[in-house]
Design a protein around this ligand. Structure first.
Ligand SMILES: *Cc1c(COP(=O)(O)O)cnc(C)c1O
Length: 464
């Protein structure tokens, strides 16, 4: 009999291990309210145990699975905890978790349609439906990305490619002056990294003043573009944010689109987490103007609650994607720009991540996601109404499920309050700057968070 392989075990071994793993995960996730949201693990003991794993002696897989899950259960800030009110990292929806298991089992290579026609068609269908739901013109498309940053990077590459016929060959030397991109001072600063990586340089990013409420000031935007043009720079892209990371504020999308049109710039709307409002009839009007964008970022791994690593880039200008990412090689089975992702996007080998959103949307429908976002907003209203009555200041006027809070005068500072809560392990909240002042940031990200969890958070915030 052939020796049993550890890396590729037979069906019996797989079946037993599958059952073991499923039971392990059932017993350890999602986390309950009584467990610590913050890492409770002795991290120096963990590092010692980790360095002892030097790969010289093969270890039993059941033991390794148990070891890993136990340490993850105590060594993370826990996204699946109902009192994680953190950065926009969701507790993943169950259909999305299922999708990851399926994608891992088949491991399709989806960079070319002919290798994985069913998987590519599923992804394309989801992207087209999301683009349509966002109101983009008939025929719009795009692709899944590893996150919002990749999608925003794609927007800059497309904008530069569209701005000058010679950019593809000559890079920034094609331009008569320094290319410029514009985003608000409250935008997600991936723009700075992107400017570095695209070779236009970090100084290419103009951070436009906000209006005091966290939204880009359109008049300031127009002024800076004028000044840049007069000084010999080449304005290329306006990146409006629809749902700022800190505060859920939406830039004036129509005014930004008008300015982009007037000066011939690419208008990108970064709706990384706010974009999920397209699901809700009631709240989608917050994103009014998004339909006019040249491109849009929506992260499914934020308010659409997929597992990590699921962004989306949407555009009506499919041909610009094709120009930007074209390449020809002899070893690829095809080179079809209509269907092959490797000639339309930044990635080459691709994981089948779109299945996460496909299963979740097909299972819950748009209505299921409308319920999910509206529920978060209702819980946030419960929180802000009660804190407002208790003398707290709500610094941001957002319709999304995020609050920037300032404690009543004379009590704890923002930093003291957040440090106390995080150290307690009973909830997780963060400090951020909103309009240049420190605030307690609270974001409702978990579909299992209840009104009892909100009431518990209010007591914690008030130190009662
Ligand atoms: C989260 C976020 C990003 C970055 O997305 P990643 O998925 O973390 O790469 C960009 N823009 C906004 C507005 C975001 O909230």
């Amino acid at each position: 009999m052939a020796k049993q392989s550890t890396l590729f075990p037979n069906d019996d071994v797989r079946r037993t291990t599958d059952q073991f793993l499923v039971k392990l995960l059932q017993d350890s996730t999602p986390l309950g309210v009584d467990e610590s949201v913050s890492p409770a693990e002795d991290l120096s003991a963990f590092r010692r145990a980790l360095s002892a794993v030097d790969f010289s002696t093969p270890q039993d897989l059941h033991h390794l699975l148990q070891w890993t899950v136990e340490h993850l259960q105590h060594g993370l800030v826990q996204m699946t905890h109902p009192r994680y009110f953190g950065l926009f990292n969701p507790a993943p929806s169950y259909p999305a978790e299922c999708a990851d298991r399926i994608a891992a089992a088949f491991n399709p290579q989806i960079c070319v349609w002919s290798h994985a026609p069913v998987a590519v068609d599923i992804e394309r269908h989801v992207i087209e439906q999301v683009a349509q739901r966002a109101g983009l013109p008939e025929g719009s498309g795009g692709h899944f990305t590893c996150g919002g940053s990749e999608a925003n990077h794609t927007a800059v590459s497309c904008a530069l490619t569209a701005a000058h016929d010679d950019f593809a060959e000559k890079g920034v030397f094609a331009f008569a002056g320094q290319p410029r991109i514009y985003a608000s001072a409250e935008s997600h600063l991936a723009w700075v990294k992107i400017a570095h990586q695209t070779g236009i340089g970090r100084k290419a990013v103009r951070l436009i003043d906000t209006d005091g409420s966290g939204r880009m000031c359109a008049a300031a935007l127009a002024r800076v573009i004028e000044t840049d043009r007069a000084g010999g720079s080449v304005p290329v892209l306006i990146a409006s944010t629809a749902g700022t990371t800190n505060a859920g504020m939406v830039d004036p999308l129509h005014a930004c689109a008008d300015i982009a049109k007037e000066y011939g710039l690419w208008h990108h709307v970064d709706a990384a987490w706010g974009g999920a409002l397209i699901a809700s009839e009631r709240y989608r009007t917050c994103l009014d103007g998004i339909a006019r964008a040249d491109s849009v970022t929506i992260d499914a791994h934020k308010w659409f609650a997929t597992t990590m690593g699921t962004g989306m880039f949407l555009t009506p200008h499919r041909h610009v994607l094709q120009t930007t990412f074209r390449v020809a090689t002899s070893y690829m089975p095809s080179n079809d720009q209509a269907v092959d992702y490797y000639v339309n996007s930044m990635q080459w080998s691709r994981r089948f991540i779109g299945l996460r959103l496909f299963l979740a949307l097909a299972n819950a429908g748009w209505q299921g996601f409308a319920d999910h976002v509206e529920r978060g907003i209702r819980l946030m209203e419960r929180l802000t109404t009660q804190l407002d009555a208790a003398g707290w200041q709500i610094a941001n006027a957002s319709s999304m499920a995020v609050a920037c809070l300032i404690p009543p005068p004379g009590g704890e500072s923002v930093e003291e309050c957040v440090a106390r809560i995080v150290a307690s392990g009973q909830a997780w909240v963060s400090v951020t700057q909103f309009e240049s002042q420190p605030v307690v940031r609270i974001c409702i990200t978990n579909g299992r968070t209840s009104s009892a969890d909100i009431d518990a958070l209010i007591r914690l915030l008030r130190n009662q």
